[in-house]
Design a protein around this ligand. Structure first.
Ligand SMILES: *[C@@H]1O[C@H](CO)[C@@H](O)[C@H](O)[C@H]1NC(C)=O
Ligand SMILES: *[C@@H]1O[C@H](CO)[C@@H](O)[C@H](O)[C@H]1NC(C)=O
Ligand SMILES: *[C@@H]1O[C@H](CO)[C@@H](O)[C@H](O)[C@H]1NC(C)=O
Length: 406
């Protein structure tokens, strides 16, 4: 038997076409010219825990009126990659963190946008303020130096603004703004590599996400492609100035939101396309459960005054992408093909559009708003319900979108 197989393999490799194919495949896998999207990275795709595509899409209602298409783009080319949107205790704002490293606030028509805070003394107008170029690859070289504030939350009583910065960790700045003070950049002696979002518990503790131990924000795409799960939910306790690991082994933990009664918090796991609950009180304390499997890749989650949760979702999952998700080895070949990422994504049937959804505490879908053509909104990062509007942030475009609501 063995001998026969061996002979068969030999003839197999002697066939010129098969030999060339084998060599070509070998070449692609080695990617010596580093032309594929993962060229030069130690790329190790792994299996991850995502609900079946068909099951999720069938259970998810569609917004056939594409109501997000009626949204308005505001402050075009005045704000660059406004990821998170926040209002202070007096209702003034929005405040938002930009790709150029600044936190700015809207002061009304007469004054416009004003720089409120920076996260590092490294920040300078000369190096960091690159205007409309900020959200392109041109900013990537500067992010690490200038900072990239992602999650923002006011402590409504003290007026202090807490900031999760992708490079400078967890920081705080007083009501007058200025240079923010670092609170923590390490946990258990190791650096916090990619702080992403936070929320403040009524007892003063801050829950925040650290998206990966292996990749920083510039390389966030590799977290999705690999399916790696080294992200964490962390907690900073101000009285002891100590940082604790709450949950480890998460696949791209992203947005964080405490519930109205603070018995639990919700966080998004972007790679696994889901919203997860972490219990803080009651019989299930310390446990987690999946609240909702989502039709795309979620970013931040924010509560409205009724205690319901808005989730910003970038689309979308496709059948082709599911095959890659379930087969790490196909991913390891596919993303080494010497073809630019945008073509590889298109070949999987992926196109960019936006879904935002309102969910109850139990995960019931209360609202689905889509821009199915991706005409108006793309790459949304956060939805805030305030002042009779939805305010919609985006990590990659130079505007804020609004939609009258309810
Ligand atoms: C939207 O359209 C699809 C396909 O045309 C249909 O199956 C679905 O029931 C519609 N959904 C709603 C909420 O009207
Ligand atoms: C300035 O940026 C460099 C490069 O990211 C970093 O190592 C350094 O700690 C920063 N300095 C300050 C004061 O934040
Ligand atoms: C605040 O409450 C959380 C959730 O119960 C707990 O983990 C944390 O230790 C508390 N912080 C302080 C400072 O007591």
């Amino acid at each position: 038997m063995e001998k026969k197989n061996f002979l068969k393999d030999e003839t197999f490799l002697q066939h010129p076409f098969i030999l060339i194919l084998a060599l070509a495949l070998g070449f692609v896998i080695m990617d010596p010219l580093q032309m594929g999207p993962v060229g030069g990275h130690e790329f190790k795709p792994v299996k991850h825990d995502i609900a079946p595509y068909k099951q999720v899409m069938e259970s998810w209602p569609r917004d056939n009126h594409s109501r997000l298409g009626d949204g308005k783009l505001e402050f075009v080319d005045q704000v660059f990659g406004p990821e998170s949107l926040e209002f202070d205790g007096l209702g003034h704002g929005p405040y938002t963190g930009l790709a150029d490293g600044r936190i700015v606030r809207w002061m009304g028509q007469a004054v416009g946008w004003q720089t409120f805070a920076t996260v590092t003394s490294n920040w300078s107008e000369k190096v960091c303020a690159r205007g409309v170029d900020s959200t392109t690859y041109k900013q990537w070289k500067h992010e690490k130096w200038c900072g990239r504030p992602l999650g923002l939350r006011f402590n409504k009583e003290s007026g202090d603004l807490y900031i999760a910065d992708a490079y400078y960790g967890l920081l705080v700045v007083g009501p007058e703004g200025g240079l923010a003070t670092p609170l923590t950049t390490k946990v258990d002696g190791n650096p916090i590599m990619f702080a992403n979002d936070l929320d403040i518990h009524k007892n003063g503790s801050i829950f925040f996400t650290d998206t990966s131990k292996r990749y920083n924000r510039v390389n966030h795409f590799f977290i999705l492609l690999e399916g790696e799960a080294t992200g964490r939910l962390l907690r900073y306790d101000p009285p002891t100035k100590s940082t604790h690991i709450v949950l480890d082994g998460l696949a791209f933990p992203n947005g964080v939101q405490l519930s109205k009664d603070q018995t639990f918090l919700l966080f998004t796991e972007t790679t696994n396309c889901r919203l997860v609950k972490y219990w803080l009180e009651g019989p299930k304390t310390g446990g987690t459960e999946v609240v909702a499997d989502l039709p795309g890749f979620p970013d931040n989650v924010r509560m409205n005054e009724r205690g319901e949760f808005w989730v910003a979702i970038d689309c979308c999952r496709t059948a082709g992408q599911e095959v890659l998700s379930n087969n790490p080895w196909i991913r390891s070949v596919y993303f080494r093909l010497p073809i630019p990422m945008r073509f590889l994504a298109r070949m999987m049937g992926m196109r960019m559009y936006t879904v935002i959804s309102l969910l109850s505490e139990k995960g019931e879908i209360l609202q689905v708003l889509e821009d199915q053509k991706g005409d108006v909104m793309k790459l949304v990062s956060e939805v805030r319900e305030a002042q009779g509007k939805l305010w919609i942030g985006t990590v990659a475009h130079n505007h804020i979108a609004t939609l009258p609501y309810p």
